[in-house]
Design a protein around this ligand. Structure first.
Ligand code: ATP
Ligand code: MN
Length: 338
């Protein structure tokens, strides 16, 4: 049982591909510690993963894998509720209602919509920009508000969507009476890990394997990706700021618990010594330790996860149902049939 008076926290991850360092250091690592301080709900949001082109078999496979991976990272069903979004129809029911409190203009301006839209335009004429891609932040607002979450631990890229969620909650409350809290964002110290291959873009699952380091990746490819990370020529005039690639490697080193090694690199850098090779080696060593440990954890994940998650989703749904009851009444809809 969760002790009373704990703040409710909720956050989600898309089963678009495998979990990577950005997801871990920007979000999931913090979810693990929050299980002891908050009333936590964590979801695998399969409906969001449908907003970009995908294969049904992959979606099913990635959803199962993401659940296993979360458990291997330390998400514990005895402490938090883990659910699969599509098992809880209240998410989509509320999304429709909240959609009437979100403006077309603000959705169109979302950075993720623009970025993913550009990705789609490059794919070809069959992969058009769907209504789902435009409206997905409303479904995200619904994921959060259906549980009346107060804190949302996410990476920097989600701050804009959280702002939208707060706006929607405020507008709803103003029109229909106070039903929702305005949830606040909780960031980690490394809320934005960049791609090693292109440090001007954030590390993302959907950009392809070249752009991320998987959390459960084998040693050889982890080392290869880190050693090939884009930095700079190393011949910068004194006083020049660090390039994004080098800054990113340092952030990863700090996030992986090597703050002292990172500080000593910075000192050397300021003194004109730019030893990127040894920085990369330190990052690679640290990441190999992490991924080796997590791979071992994953081997130990046993039991029927699917049936456990069904049960936990049912428990999460109870909360969602209660919210929907109140919402339907507040907005003037008849009592639901469920
Ligand atoms: P996709 O490319 O499919 O959108 P993603 O890598 O962005 O995948 P999400 O499932 O969208 O991953 O996000 C899961 C969580 O990880 C969110 O809280 C998000 O803010 C966080 N996150 C994603 N990428 C990064 C990153 N590069 N640095 C820090 N946090 C991140
Ligand atoms: Mn994302």
């Amino acid at each position: 049982m969760v002790p009373l008076n704990r703040q409710r926290a909720m956050s989600c991850i898309q089963p678009t591909s495998e979990m990577h360092l950005g997801n871990y250091y920007g979000a999931v690592e913090q979810w693990v510690t929050m299980q002891d301080t908050h009333d936590c709900l964590f979801g695998v949001v399969d409906l969001h993963a449908m907003t970009m082109p995908y294969l049904p078999a992959h979606l099913a496979e990635n959803t199962s894998r993401m659940l296993t991976d979360l458990i291997a990272c330390g998400i514990d069903s005895a402490k938090a509720k883990i659910f699969v979004q599509s098992l809880i129809p209240e998410h989509t029911e509320l999304a429709w209602i909240l959609g009437c409190k979100a403006s077309y203009g603000e959705l169109k301006r979302m950075t993720q919509f623009k970025e993913k839209g550009e990705q789609l335009e490059k794919l070809g004429p069959n992969d058009f920009i769907s209504l789902g891609l435009l409206s997905y932040p409303v479904l995200q607002a619904s994921d959060i508000l259906v549980y009346r979450a107060e804190v949302v631990p996410v990476g920097q890229d989600q701050v804009q969507h959280l702002e939208l969620t707060r706006n929607i909650a405020r507008r709803f409350n103003r029109t229909f009476g106070k039903v929702f809290p305005e949830p606040s964002v909780l960031l980690t110290e490394t809320p934005r890990i960049m791609s090693l291959a292109d440090p001007d873009r954030k590390m993302s699952k959907s950009l392809g394997g070249r752009h991320y380091v998987g959390l459960f990746e084998e040693e050889k490819s982890v080392r290869q990706k880190v050693m090939a990370a884009v930095t700079d020529s190393g011949v910068l005039p004194a006083g020049t700021a660090m390039s994004p690639g080098v800054t990113n490697l340092l952030e990863i080193l700090r996030a992986s618990g090597q703050a002292e090694a990172a500080a000593s690199f910075v000192k050397d850098f300021e003194n004109g010594v730019k030893n990127y090779k040894s920085l990369k080696e330190a990052v690679a060593d640290s990441l190999v330790e992490l991924t080796t440990r997590l791979r071992a954890n994953r081997k130990n994940v046993v039991g029927d996860i699917k049936s456990d998650v069904k049960k936990m989703s049912e428990a999460a749904r109870e909360i969602a149902r209660e919210t929907i009851r109140e919402v339907r009444k507040a907005v003037g809809l008849p009592k639901g049939l469920r």
